[in-house]
Design a protein around this ligand. Structure first.
Ligand SMILES: [Ca+2]
Ligand SMILES: [Ca+2]
Length: 268
């Protein structure tokens, strides 16, 4: 049998065994466990995080070795998106072994596959870290959200060939997308202080008979007072400009006592 055919045969055999393991035909011995680590504890919307998947107890002597393994991680694409080309294997196998980590866009899964192509060799014990990938929290997330990745398949074939290891628990990793709800600083509205000389309709700094004339012109709609002038022109402080204001100003100018503070600085 040529080496090529032998390898193909091995490949088919391992896939077959993995499938059987999936179907739980073999008694599951839950000895292997998946571990997860994140490059940061929580991320902001739009930020990336690297997820590393590892085997927690592959060093256990009860496990003879791993000849085949498939791990599928389903991404919660409502919250995170896969960062293109970030899936990579961190495991190193023996010469000729097939190790890959890829992202399947349709299935929304990062799929890690290890298949030993050697007769007697298997995944070296030092391989606690298997693969990693990056995801990015959607920038549209507006409230604190936990995104969970679920491992939907974890099938392992051990090196003895007649004993299969399947971990049937459903490991998941949680990523907190933390939307900072920083309190918006309260904008202090600048207090507008209005100051004017009551009765000074023409804004020349003194109250004269001209101011009464201005009021009359404004009342007659010959002119229109603008800015602070209408405030100053409202000599009797009744909220409107009328002929009574002109009269009050005239009285003030004539030094006839008025009950309004004409000629005084008013601050509002
Ligand atoms: Ca004046
Ligand atoms: Ca008035």
């Amino acid at each position: 049998m040529s080496i090529k055919i032998k390898k193909i045969f091995m490949f088919v055999a391992v896939i077959f065994i993995l499938t059987l393991a999936q179907l739980h035909i073999f008694t599951a011995a839950e000895e292997l466990e998946l571990g997860w680590s994140l490059s940061k504890g929580d991320i902001k919307p739009g930020e990336e995080v690297e997820v590393t998947v590892s085997l927690k107890n592959y060093s256990a002597t009860s496990i003879l070795g791993i000849m085949g393994m498939q791990i599928d991680v389903l991404l919660d694409t409502d919250l995170v998106q896969y960062v293109a080309s970030s899936a990579k294997t961190t495991a190193t196998g023996n010469s000729g072994d097939m190790i890959s980590a890829t992202y399947n866009v349709t299935k929304k899964k990062v799929i890690f596959i290890y298949i030993s192509m050697n007769d007697n060799l298997s995944l070296p014990r030092g391989n606690t870290k298997l693969f990693s990938f990056k995801v990015k929290a959607l920038s549209t997330i507006t409230k604190n959200t936990v995104s969970s990745f679920i491992c939907t398949q974890f099938a392992v074939t051990d090196a003895s060939g007649d004993r299969k290891i399947t971990v049937t628990n459903n490991p998941s990793v949680n990523i907190l997308v933390d939307v900072v709800t920083t309190a918006q600083p309260t904008k202090v509205q600048p207090t507008t202080v209005l100051q004017f000389l009551l009765g000074d309709s023409d804004q020349d700094g003194k109250v004269t008979v001209k101011d009464a004339t201005i009021v009359q012109k404004h009342v007659a709609k010959i002119i229109t007072l603008k800015g602070i002038a209408p405030k100053a022109a409202d000599a009797d402080q009744d909220g409107k400009i009328s002929v009574k204001d002109a009269t009050a100003i005239q009285k003030y100018v004539a030094k006839i006592k008025v009950k309004f503070p004409i000629g005084q600085i008013i601050t509002e």
